[in-house]
Design a protein. Structure first.
Length: 431
């Protein structure tokens, strides 16, 4: 018996260099490198990668007639099967390009959806990706979706005699989406139950956010001793992972590693992954991990903040919750490293680190400790051994740091929010 594998798809990667009012804020060469990295993320065989100048996108084909003719000759000569164009194109532009180039064409949204589909591991992740992909395909319907009929469980007829194939395909997608939403609601409900259980154990949530490949999973592994998959690839991890860690102050927190962000993240994915990113929305502290060795680090930071804005976490909401983690300083030369380190030292909400070497991690944990304790106070309390309800309240709403028991009373040192301490005092007075 011999294992057979399909040969990798021969691919041409195009990054449109937009001119005039369409010009994008990124470095073109660096953006082309990211486009290639996206293609490699699903193991496409890159035959060629090119910058292609676009003065004004054509409504029907995006590219000009001369460009399509030139590319068609190259595609035919090199037996290219797939053209990845690193921008968002309309369904009409995609279909016309496929006819003109005589090859399959995929845009940025389609490729990112393929990557997410290949990488999603949890049930929730799989459901979210399929929903996003169906929503994307619904507007295109390049191929027939009637194979979905087999998943309908015999509910209803395929369609009346007057129903067109396009209408059938669209209806089948809508029905599939409805079932997926129902399944996802159940999964999200279960996640909310788990989150509710964590709230009863009052550990603050510290969420890692950042551009894909910024080093979040490497930092997560370094801080927790876990073995979360980390690789020099975009979207190396998709599904959130959570671990408890002890800070230098003795305070225990839950550290959450989340999906990496990327420029022009498809709107369908922002919506679909909202449940996954709820750990970020509810986090007490957000660590915004940046790759300071990347020339586009500033633009990547803007992209991350833009996605957070879409999730409803605007600048006012981020406020004191966000710490900027300037990662990968080990990859900088001495001069650049000094500049980044001094920049971080002038700020209270930033720290320069290397997740690989461990440099700066102690200082990072100190900053996190100060943030999670900012709204808490430590109090010493003496309670009679019979005050079971009061002691239970302190364990469920605060963090008991020290405890001493004798025959008649219990001495506690407790970290607790001011509002909960007020509730405890009211409970004391009532008894």
């Amino acid at each position: 018996m011999y294992e057979t594998r399909a040969a990798p798809t021969r691919t041409l990667v195009l990054y449109p260099v937009m001119r005039g009012r369409w010009k994008r804020p990124r470095d073109d060469e660096r953006a082309l490198e990211e486009a290639v990295a996206l293609a490699y993320a699903i193991d496409l065989e890159i035959i060629s990668e090119e910058l292609i100048s676009i003065r004004q996108p054509k409504p029907g084909t995006f590219l000009g007639t001369g460009q399509i003719k030139e590319l068609h000759g190259y595609i035919e000569a090199n037996e290219i099967e797939l053209v990845f164009i690193d921008t968002t194109i309309s369904p009409v532009q995609q279909r016309n390009l496929e006819k003109g180039l005589d090859a399959k064409v995929i845009d940025r949204t389609g490729l990112i959806l393929d990557i997410f589909g290949a990488r999603a591991a949890t049930r929730e992740g799989v459901l979210q990706v399929e929903m996003a992909a169906l929503s994307y395909q619904r507007s295109r319907l390049v191929r027939s979706w009637t194979h979905l009929e087999r998943q309908r469980g015999g509910l209803g007829a395929v369609g009346g005699p007057g129903e067109s194939q396009l209408e059938i395909d669209r209806r089948l997608i809508d029905e599939r989406l409805a079932r997926l939403r129902k399944e996802l609601d159940n999964v999200v409900h279960m996640r909310e139950q788990h989150r509710g259980a964590r709230r009863k154990v009052p550990y603050p949530i510290v969420a890692l956010v950042g551009y894909t490949n910024a080093g979040k999973s490497t930092l997560f592994n370094r801080l927790t001793g876990a073995n979360v998959y980390a690789d020099d690839k975009v979207f190396a991890t998709l599904d959130p992972t959570m671990r408890g860690i002890d800070l230098p102050s003795g305070r225990r927190v839950i550290l959450s590693d989340t999906v990496g962000f990327i420029s022009d993240l498809p709107t369908t994915l922002v919506a679909a992954f909202r449940a996954t990113l709820e750990e970020v929305i509810e986090a007490d502290v957000m660590l915004h991990v940046r790759d300071m060795s990347d020339p586009d680090s500033a633009a990547q930071s803007d992209d991350v903040l833009a996605v957070l804005d879409e999730l409803g976490i605007d600048a006012a909401d981020r406020g004191d919750r966000m710490i900027e983690v300037m990662n990968k300083i080990d990859l900088l030369d001495e001069e650049a490293k000094t500049v980044v380190t001094e920049q971080a030292e002038r700020r209270e909400d930033a720290i320069a680190i290397s997740a690989i070497t461990g440099e700066g991690l102690d200082a990072l944990l100190d900053i996190v400790s100060r943030r999670v304790w900012a709204e808490r106070q430590v109090v010493d309390l003496k309670l009679p051994v019979t005050a079971g309800a009061a002691i239970s309240f302190l364990y469920s709403h605060g963090e008991v740091l020290e405890r001493e028991d004798d025959e008649t009373e219990i001495t506690l040192k407790v970290g607790i929010e001011e509002v909960d301490l007020a509730r405890f005092r009211k409970m004391e007075r009532a008894t």
